[in-house]
Design a protein around this ligand. Structure first.
Ligand code: CP3
Length: 348
């Protein structure tokens, strides 16, 4: 039993007394309590040590008062389980030891035994679930197959995704084979995460927005829908899709099996509501940089998001992307308190 189940209800478009709020990257460097643990352990050690992952997962619930916890991990655990080692370099980000350059490498990839390879994630989920003791729901997540493919081909983060685009244009069949293998791995991964205790999951498609519409549908959304449809057959928990920068395909997203569409800050939420025909719950979408402003400005912008969604259920408040590492925690706390009290009038 979850005491505060506002997030789950909102995801299913059920009636709630106010709008729930959680924040992408809510466990992270903007919190001094996180930095204190991070001083002693590097990022990969933190995600691979269930006690540490549990501790930082719960920090924002206790310190900020968000309506959900999101398990502390990374989307890159999937490529690692598939045999691609990476390191997390300070100020640079992830770096893969052997990026994918040929179709031959893809042919050789075997679907990994995730239960064994990613046992540390499942242990962290179980430990967190037990320590949360039903206070708020626990969100699990995965990267989208497309976003993970870009890391495997670029070997890390990228500005223009030149290598990835060259690959999908010249090795289309192999690219699809890779997306399929990643999807199958994710289905098993999220299945075990669900069995370990997560209450809802989000698919982060951080780089869907670098594709043209037809390529987005072919290389990204198709595989996200494949994962969600398969999980829907097996389990009864809601799902969220976040494709950053994919304004143009909201209608197609609303035709998938997902319960919630998470919006980045460039899309007015009333517009998204119209385009998706009120079929899905919507999550978002305050510009993360608004948290640099003073409290009066934060309140004004938060109210704008609430008002744009308007009266009724099916809204989950969030930022349009992850919180930035140099935001003051008191600003986030102000936003969370504001949404908790001021969203009530939209639910009467
Ligand atoms: O939201 C949460 O609080 C849960 C934790 C979480 C992290 N990464 C922790 C993290 C989640 C959901 C992610 C997802 C993730 N990881 C995404 C998709 C979301 C998005 O932001 O678009 C992506 C693209 C990654 C890959 C990744 N991980 C990069 C590119 C980097 C380096 C950039 C950076 O912010 O330093 C990471 C590292 C990372 N993942 C950190 C955290 C807290 C910073 C690690 C540190 O403490 O130095």
């Amino acid at each position: 039993m979850i005491k505060n189940d506002l997030l789950i209800k909102a995801a299913k478009m059920q009636k709630t007394e106010r709008t729930p709020i959680w924040i992408m990257r809510q466990a992270g460097r903007y919190l001094p309590e996180y930095r204190k643990i991070r001083e002693k352990a590097d990022f990969l050690t933190m995600i691979k040590t269930p006690e540490l992952a549990t501790e930082v997962t719960i920090q924002p619930v206790d310190i900020i008062g968000v309506d959900a916890a999101i398990i502390f991990s990374d989307i890159l655990v999937i490529p690692e389980a598939m045999g691609f080692e990476y390191s997390m370099q300070e100020k640079v980000g992830p770096k893969f030891k052997t990026p994918i350059v040929s179709a031959n490498q893809i042919r050789k990839i075997e679907i990994p035994d995730v239960r064994e390879k990613l046992n540390y994630v499942f242990e962290a989920v179980k430990m967190t679930k037990s320590q949360l003791n039903g206070k708020v729901p626990l969100i699990g997540f995965s990267g989208s197959p497309w976003t993970l493919l870009t890391y495997l081909i670029e070997g890390g983060s990228s500005k223009n995704f030149g290598k990835t685009k060259k690959f999908i244009l010249n090795e289309r069949k192999a690219a699809h084979q890779l997306l399929e293998k990643i999807s199958l791995t994710i289905i098993e991964y999220l299945s075990i995460k669900i069995e370990s205790g997560i209450d809802i999951y989000q698919i982060f498609d951080s780089w869907g927005g670098v594709l043209s519409k037809s390529h987005y549908l072919e290389f990204s959304l198709k595989y996200i829908d494949l994962i969600i449809s398969e999980l829907k057959k097996r389990y009864n928990i809601p799902s969220i899709i976040f494709s950053k920068g994919v304004f143009n395909s909201l209608e197609e997203m609303s035709e998938t099996q997902a319960n919630v569409i998470s919006l980045d800050w460039t899309i007015p939420i009333d517009f998204a509501k119209k385009v998706t025909n009120n079929k899905k719950s919507l999550q978002g979408n305050l510009d993360p940089t608004i948290l640099y402003a003073n409290e009066t400005e934060i309140a004004k912008e938060a109210e704008k998001v609430l008002a744009e969604f308007g009266n009724g259920n099916g809204h989950i408040f969030n930022l349009g992307h992850g919180i930035l590492p140099d935001i003051e925690p008191s600003k986030l706390k102000f936003l969370v308190d504001y949404v908790k009290s001021e969203s009530r009038k939209y639910h009467e």
